[in-house]
Design a protein around this ligand. Structure first.
Ligand SMILES: *[C@@H]1O[C@H](CO)[C@@H](O)[C@H](O)[C@H]1NC(C)=O
Ligand SMILES: *[C@@H]1O[C@H](CO)[C@@H](O)[C@H](O)[C@H]1NC(C)=O
Ligand SMILES: *[C@@H]1O[C@H](CO)[C@@H](O)[C@H](O)[C@H]1NC(C)=O
Ligand SMILES: *[C@@H]1O[C@H](CO)[C@@H](O)[C@H](O)[C@H]1NC(C)=O
Ligand SMILES: *[C@@H]1O[C@H](CO)[C@@H](O)[C@H](O)[C@H]1NC(C)=O
Ligand SMILES: *[C@@H]1O[C@H](CO)[C@@H](O)[C@H](O)[C@H]1NC(C)=O
Ligand SMILES: *[C@@H]1O[C@H](CO)[C@@H](O)[C@H](O)[C@H]1NC(C)=O
Ligand SMILES: *[C@@H]1O[C@H](CO)[C@@H](O)[C@H](O)[C@H]1NC(C)=O
Ligand SMILES: *[C@@H]1O[C@H](CO)[C@@H](O)[C@H](O)[C@H]1NC(C)=O
Length: 393
């Protein structure tokens, strides 16, 4: 900063010293010409002149300073001799003190003034308000004749009456409310009693419920047991029934087979008719060998061969035999095995005659049926002599 100031001072001094007589310096970079030289010389000359002037001025100032100094000392001495300086100082301090006191007073006054101003403003406000109220009162006065006031009084009375009525009503309501309160309390007590009862009932109900549940469980278990028993019994019954049914069915099947067998037996009842002829010696079998009709007999070989029937099925049989002969005392027997069970006889006559014997007999399997001559006799051929055996039952 100092340098800047110094440089600026130098330039200003130059400006001041050079005035307008000096020409501007030639441009830099070119060689030193005569113009330059003249310029520098001029500059030096001017510089010297300025310096002389400055020295003259400084000397003048020094003289003035010396004279002033002398004047000042004489003045000070004068003042010192009369003692006015201390007096002035003393007065100044007194004045200062008084000024201070005055300033304090002024400040206090200022504050008071401000307070007063505020008070005044408030008072103004109040007066404005009062004015307003006054105007209102004036208006009221203009409106308010006696009638209005009476009306107001009447209304007020009416209102009072209404208020009294309301009060009495409120009292009634209060008393009713207190009565309701009593009722409510009674009700509440009842509710409490009911609640305790309900709780006790609930307890007993819970116990009963548990008992019932236990009982239900027992009953369920019993029911299960019973059901199981019943199912078991049912199973046994079913199996026995099944057994019985199978037995019955086998029995029935047997019966059916029997019935079928009976039917078969009935359908296949044995019967045959055979014829035979020749001269038959005493005690011989008449050979009814020629079978005309036969049914229900499996093996006819014995009939075919000898005229003897071998019983294959047990039952009741009809045995019928007729013989045509010209032998005078012809006689024959139907024999069951060896026993004669029926016979026919002819006596004293040599003409051809037919004699017959018929009988029913119970025959067993393996029994034999035959017709034998009691005497030697002739037997005519078919269809005059025949043996018929029929199973009846
Ligand atoms: C300053 O004034 C006071 C009273 O005003 C006085 O008592 C005192 O002596 C004075 N001082 C001088 C130096 O005059
Ligand atoms: C008092 O009121 C005047 C205007 O009416 C206002 O200028 C002033 O500031 C008020 N002063 C105070 C202390 O309120
Ligand atoms: C005076 O009244 C005006 C309004 O009416 C209010 O704004 C103001 O603050 C009041 N001044 C005082 C000092 O009460
Ligand atoms: C007061 O009012 C009642 C009805 O509310 C009316 O009968 C009566 O005359 C009134 N009295 C006056 C003095 O206006
Ligand atoms: C009744 O008992 C059951 C339990 O056993 C309980 O949960 C229920 O709150 C009870 N009720 C009352 C009204 O006491
Ligand atoms: C049910 O049967 C079981 C065993 O089969 C037995 O222990 C139980 O006591 C029975 N319950 C009843 C209620 O009879
Ligand atoms: C009955 O006879 C028929 C043939 O005639 C035979 O097939 C069947 O087995 C017989 N039944 C019995 C029970 O003998
Ligand atoms: C028995 O004779 C009949 C008829 O003459 C015949 O059909 C049958 O085959 C004979 N049976 C036997 C075993 O000779
Ligand atoms: C038939 O009967 C005779 C004797 O009566 C017997 O010798 C024969 O073997 C029988 N035939 C059959 C097929 O049973």
């Amino acid at each position: 900063m100092f340098y800047v100031f110094f440089i600026s001072c130098v330039f200003i001094c130059h400006g001041f010293l050079m005035d307008s007589k000096t020409q501007p310096p030639p441009t830099a970079g070119s060689l030193m010409t005569d113009d330059h030289y003249q310029f520098v010389m001029q500059f030096i000359f001017q510089e010297r002149q300025s310096r002389l002037q400055l020295e003259k001025y400084v000397k003048q100032l020094q003289q003035e300073l010396v004279t002033t100094k002398a004047d000042l000392t004489t003045e000070i001495n004068g003042l010192k001799q009369c003692g006015c300086a201390s007096n002035i100082k003393n007065k100044t301090s007194i004045l200062q003190n008084e000024f201070n006191i005055l300033k304090q007073d002024h400040d206090a006054l200022k504050i008071k003034y401000e307070n007063f101003q505020k008070e005044l403003n408030r008072t103004n406000n109040r007066s404005i308000m009062l004015e307003n109220e006054m105007s209102l009162l004036r208006q009221l006065k203009s409106v308010s004749d006696l009638k209005v006031i009476f009306d107001l009084q009447n209304k007020t009375k009416h209102l009072e009456q209404e208020i009294q009525a309301t009060n009495s009503r409120q009292q009634a309501i209060n008393s009713e409310a207190s009565a309701r309160k009593q009722d409510f309390l009674a009700l509440y007590q009842k509710v409490q009693i009911s609640e305790t009862e309900i709780q006790s009932n609930n307890l007993s109900f819970g116990i009963q419920t548990k008992q019932m549940e236990r009982r239900i469980l027992e009953v369920n278990e019993r029911y299960d047991n019973k059901t199981k028993q019943i199912s078991r019994t049912l199973g046994t019954i079913e199996s026995s029934m099944q057994n019985r049914i199978t037995a019955l069915s086998t029995k029935l099947n047997g019966q059916i087979l029997n019935i079928q067998k009976g039917q078969n037996d009935t359908a296949n009842r044995a019967l045959f008719t055979a014829s035979g002829s020749g001269t038959i010696s005493k005690g011989s079998v008449i050979p009814f060998k020629k079978v005309h009709t036969s049914h229900g007999i499996k093996n006819l070989s014995s009939v075919n061969n000898s005229g003897i029937f071998t019983v294959e099925k047990e039952g009741y049989y009809l045995i019928s035999c007729f013989v045509n002969t010209n032998t005078a005392n012809a006689e024959f027997d139907i024999r069951h095995n060896s026993i004669s069970i029926a016979s026919a006889t002819k006596h004293g006559d040599s003409g051809l005659e037919t004699h017959a014997a018929t009988i029913t007999a119970h025959l067993n399997v393996g029994d034999i049926v035959k017709v034998t001559a009691r005497n030697t006799m002739a037997v005519d051929s078919a269809p005059d002599s025949m043996l018929t055996v029929v199973q009846i039952i």
